[in-house]
Design a protein around this ligand. Structure first.
Ligand SMILES: [Zn+2]
Length: 223
């Protein structure tokens, strides 16, 4: 006990000198500072987006021509009650439109809320389009392809070959380097195997996809 007190006493001496510089913070009546994170408003040029070839293809692949029509309609009109939507797009029954809505829903391209009015036993569905999701999905598919293409470029690079135009012998990069890019057999200058064209094509595909992504993102503006 005594020992402990001695230690704490020593501690106290030290802390006193330190505390001499310390001043208590005056409490003011001002409200504490708050960091307000405003939700970013995103504005998307939906007209341009829906005219893009890849948008049309993507939505059609998911839900067919009818699905595309529904998606476009919902994008333009905003949230809409299911029966009203079915009538507007001249579907015979509300049930007939569901097949397409569910396909779109499976990819997150549309969403719904359901409400039950009063004691009615059935639900009323309100559907809306998620245009941002479309951008996300298209971008994701481009990025997947870029990743795959990069991988295949790496694999192909590992098999970099040189060929002799005279005797048609093939050499790998190490052998070609060792012989200053001349055929060790006949002395002809070695040419790079056609593969380089293939690699170039792949690289331009990547560039093309990146430009597509950039184009896509240009349609999104944060406010
Ligand atoms: Zn040769």
């Amino acid at each position: 006990m005594a020992k402990a007190r001695a230690v704490s006493g020593r501690k106290k001496r030290f802390s006193v000198t330190k505390k001499a510089h310390w001043k208590p913070v005056k409490k003011t009546s001002r409200a504490p500072k708050r960091i307000i994170v405003k939700a970013k408003k995103i504005i998307i040029d939906t007209n341009k987006l829906l005219k893009m070839e890849e948008s049309v293809k993507f939505v059609t692949d998911v839900a067919g021509d009818k699905g595309l029509e529904i998606f476009k309609y919902l994008t333009n009109k905003g949230e809409m009650e299911e029966n009203k939507l079915a009538r507007a797009l001249r579907f015979e029954r509300a049930n007939a439109i569901r097949k397409y809505l569910y396909r779109l829903y499976s990819k997150g391209l549309v969403s719904y809320i359901k409400t039950r009015k009063g004691s009615k036993s059935w639900y009323t569905y309100y559907w809306s389009a998620n245009i941002q999701r479309l951008i996300f999905l298209i971008r994701e598919s481009y990025e997947d392809e870029i990743k795959q293409t990069r991988k295949s470029i790496e694999l192909n690079k590992a098999e970099d070959f040189y060929v002799c135009g005279t005797c048609n012998r093939r050499y790998d990069i190490n052998k070609a380097l060792q012989n200053d890019f001349r055929c060790p057999y006949c002395g002809s200058v070695l040419g790079h195997l056609e593969q380089s064209q293939m690699l170039q094509d792949k690289q331009s595909r990547i560039d093309f996809l990146n430009s597509k992504i950039a184009k896509l993102l240009k349609l999104v503006k944060e406010k």
